[in-house]
Design a protein. Structure first.
Length: 460
């Protein structure tokens, strides 16, 4: 879908109308469907229909109020942000499943709460990345902003579900039932509402989906932003291009990230989406492993760009939620007490942290005391900095973002913040037995921001 803005025009009649644009929408194949025009779009606006190549489109001219941020402006600004250089034709992968006749291949479900700043860009990037508009659904969890109206303006009423405050996991469960996902689709992709899909995301994704797997995982990357986004881009690049590839080869992927995960629909009934933990994606990951539901495929060419916290306070809150959720899962599923591959994967991660702290707090001080040689500290720091500099250089080359090298000056600060949060969260959950109540909030509350051209530089 594309919005191509025209220069401001001289108002005619009502002076509030100061600019004009065109939205081109693909019309799903098959029997025609009635789609009501939302109340915030004038019903007197002319509509024309035409056919180009094998695709059908509907062209709608929208007159935008000049001084009010309405659902139309969010939709159009989102499409403009994609910066498409030419008239754009949506080329979607056929959605009908060959392996399961009668079912469509892949549904995209976007759960969200107060996502008006980003939801339009998320939907339009999905369409541009090859997802059929007829297979995109939104579940709005009691938003108080214009999230529902914006989604309605793009997808139509039959693809939007509004629910009472439920939290992400329960909202997804309600949407699966409402839209009959298990009956109508072979695969379900659940993505966060701040997702910006790379241009070939769904074409890469659907090409890898088969009955050999029950879960598929893409690659998540940070949108360009401030210093925190740069740090996250550095850590994401190493953890996924290296660690996740190794985990994938060994069949022990340790987390299914929220923005990039698909499930084969025949396992949905076996998953507990109402698990009372802070990180539903990690909880579901452990369920798939514990119940031995099947194999997982990693699709590194399917890249999803996501928003990161823009303040240090939000960074700490998000990291704290992740680590608390991690230890909740470790405790709930008795990680380390079984011989499954996931126990080995997560056990190794925890042992790494324990050995690091042992080296830092016990081994190095003991060696210095016994040898009276205090050069171990500067040598250790130099070696560690050199290794991290090489990792940053490699990561910059891997994703072509040279500003990752700029994260080195504050890399240690944020890493130690994360280590401190990790240790404290483990103590809270395992020793103090906190956070056992049901959680229905949204961790993204108040953290969304408008995406600009700078943030989208990496989405070629």
């Amino acid at each position: 879908m594309e919005y191509r803005s025209t220069p401001p025009i001289k108002p005619r009649g009502n002076p509030q109308y100061v600019r004009r644009g065109i939205i081109i929408e693909p019309i799903p194949t098959g029997p025609p469907r009635l789609r009501s025009t939302p109340s915030y779009i004038s019903r007197s606006v002319p509509e024309t229909y035409y056919t180009r190549s094998a695709s059908s489109f509907r062209t709608r001219e929208i007159i935008l109020p000049g001084h009010h941020h309405t659902p139309q402006t969010y939709i159009c600004e989102a499409a403009t942000a994609l910066n498409l250089p030419r008239p754009y034709t949506v080329e979607t992968t056929p959605s009908t499943s060959i392996e399961t006749p009668g079912k469509r291949k892949l549904a995209l479900l976007l759960p969200g709460h107060n996502e008006e700043l980003i939801i339009a860009l998320t939907i339009q990037s999905a369409i541009a990345a090859g997802q059929d508009i007829a297979d995109i659904y939104v579940v709005d969890d009691a938003s108080s902003d214009q999230t529902r109206k914006i989604a309605l303006g793009i997808l139509g009423k039959g693809h939007i579900l509004s629910v009472k405050r439920s939290g992400k996991a329960l909202a997804v469960k309600k949407a699966i039932k409402k839209f009959a996902i298990e009956k109508n689709y072979e695969w379900l992709h659940v993505a966060d509402a701040d997702s910006i899909f790379s241009p070939d995301y769904f074409r890469e994704y659907t090409a890898k989906l088969s009955n050999d797997y029950v879960v598929a995982v893409g690659l998540v990357q940070s949108l360009r932003g401030n210093w925190i986004s740069t740090y996250r881009a550095l850590t994401y690049t190493f953890s996924q291009h290296v660690n996740r590839r190794i985990q994938s080869k060994l069949g022990m992927i340790s987390v299914f990230p929220g923005p990039i995960t698909s499930f084969r629909t025949d396992i949905l009934s076996k998953l507990d989406f109402e698990a009372k933990t802070l990180t539903e994606d990690f909880d579901i990951t452990l369920q798939v492993h514990r119940y031995s539901l099947g194999r997982i495929v990693f699709i590194p060419k399917a890249i999803n760009y996501t928003q990161d916290p823009q303040t240090f306070r939000d960074f700490c809150k998000q990291t704290q939620r992740w680590q608390r959720g991690f230890f909740q899962g470790v405790q709930k599923y008795h990680i380390g007490l079984s011989n499954q591959r996931i126990d080995i994967s997560l056990g190794f991660q925890m042992l790494q942290m324990m050995f690091f702290m042992f080296q830092l707090l016990v081994l190095i001080p003991l060696i210095m005391i016994l040898t009276h040689n205090y050069m171990y500290v500067p040598v250790a720091i130099t070696v560690d900095f050199t290794i991290n500099s090489l990792i940053a250089l490699w990561a910059s080359l891997a994703i072509r973002r040279w500003n990752l090298l700029g994260a080195l000056p504050y890399f240690y600060f944020l890493r130690w913040v994360e280590i401190g949060i990790y240790l404290w969260s483990g103590f809270e959950i395992l020793a103090l037995h906190r956070f056992r109540e049901d959680v229905k909030g949204w961790a993204t509350e108040g953290r969304r921001y408008t995406v600009n051209a700078h943030a989208l530089q990496d989405i070629a």
